[in-house]
Design a protein around this ligand. Structure first.
Ligand SMILES: C[S@@+](CC[C@H](N)C(=O)[O-])C[C@H]1O[C@@H](n2cnc3c(N)ncnc32)[C@H](O)[C@@H]1O
Length: 189
């Protein structure tokens, strides 16, 4: 039996990554930040896989480079200093999983945050890139102004996705205080 599975959005997102990714798969970290998710994905896909990680902040690339160079995964992890809305310009392979951990860096510049418009463009690109049974996971922080806008735009978009093509799930922590992050999971059928 699994105790306390539904603790928070990030832990559930990680569990989905573990279930979906095998050695040799291609995964995308659409918001690299300090590289925690990039590192985690790189461990799951292994040396025969590939990870593409995006961020608009140079500091994110620097921090992530330092983190992943320690575990020797730089050969198959590509760090890209560009917005996730351009991910199709860098990726030719079919992708198993894309993760968007939205918002701003907790200890960074809070004015540099993901935005509703570019996140939506990035999500559309991600949905084009994923293979059958592939998944896009979004961790949405709605407790700040742009995050709340992002949540509304994403919710409007996902409810109109074809159910023939996608399984779409929304998961929120209904009894938690302080606007905890919610999860959106879109699986290609
Ligand atoms: C919550 S943090 C991500 C945390 C990160 N995954 C980690 O493991 O540390 C959000 C990141 O998204 C980045 N970001 C904002 N807009 C972006 C965009 N259009 N494309 C890619 N990254 C973006 C920010 O610079 C910030 O580093």
């Amino acid at each position: 039996m699994i105790n306390n599975y539904f603790t928070n959005a990030v832990n559930i997102a990680k569990d989905i990554c573990k279930r979906k990714l095998d050695n040799g798969d291609t995964a995308v970290d659409a918001t690299m930040g300090n590289g925690n998710d990039t590192l985690f994905l790189s461990e799951l896909v292994g040396y025969s896989g590939r990870v593409y990680a995006f961020d608009i902040q140079q500091t994110a690339l620097k921090n992530t480079y330092e983190k992943i160079s320690k575990n020797g995964s730089l050969e198959y992890v590509k760090l890209i200093n560009d917005s996730h809305e351009n991910m199709d310009m860098y990726i030719n392979d079919k992708v198993k999983l894309v993760v968007f951990n939205l918002g701003y860096l907790p200890k960074g510049d809070h004015s540099i945050t993901t935005t509703a418009d570019t996140t939506l463009l990035g999500l559309k690109k991600a949905l084009d890139l994923i293979e059958a049974n592939g998944v896009v996971i979004l961790v949405v922080y709605c407790g700040h102004e742009e995050g709340s806008r992002e949540k509304n735009v994403l919710e409007d978009y996902i409810k109109n996705l074809s159910q023939i093509t996608y399984n779409v799930v929304k998961l929120c922590f209904a009894n938690q205080v302080n606007s905890p992050p919610m999860l959106i999971i879109i699986e290609k059928r």
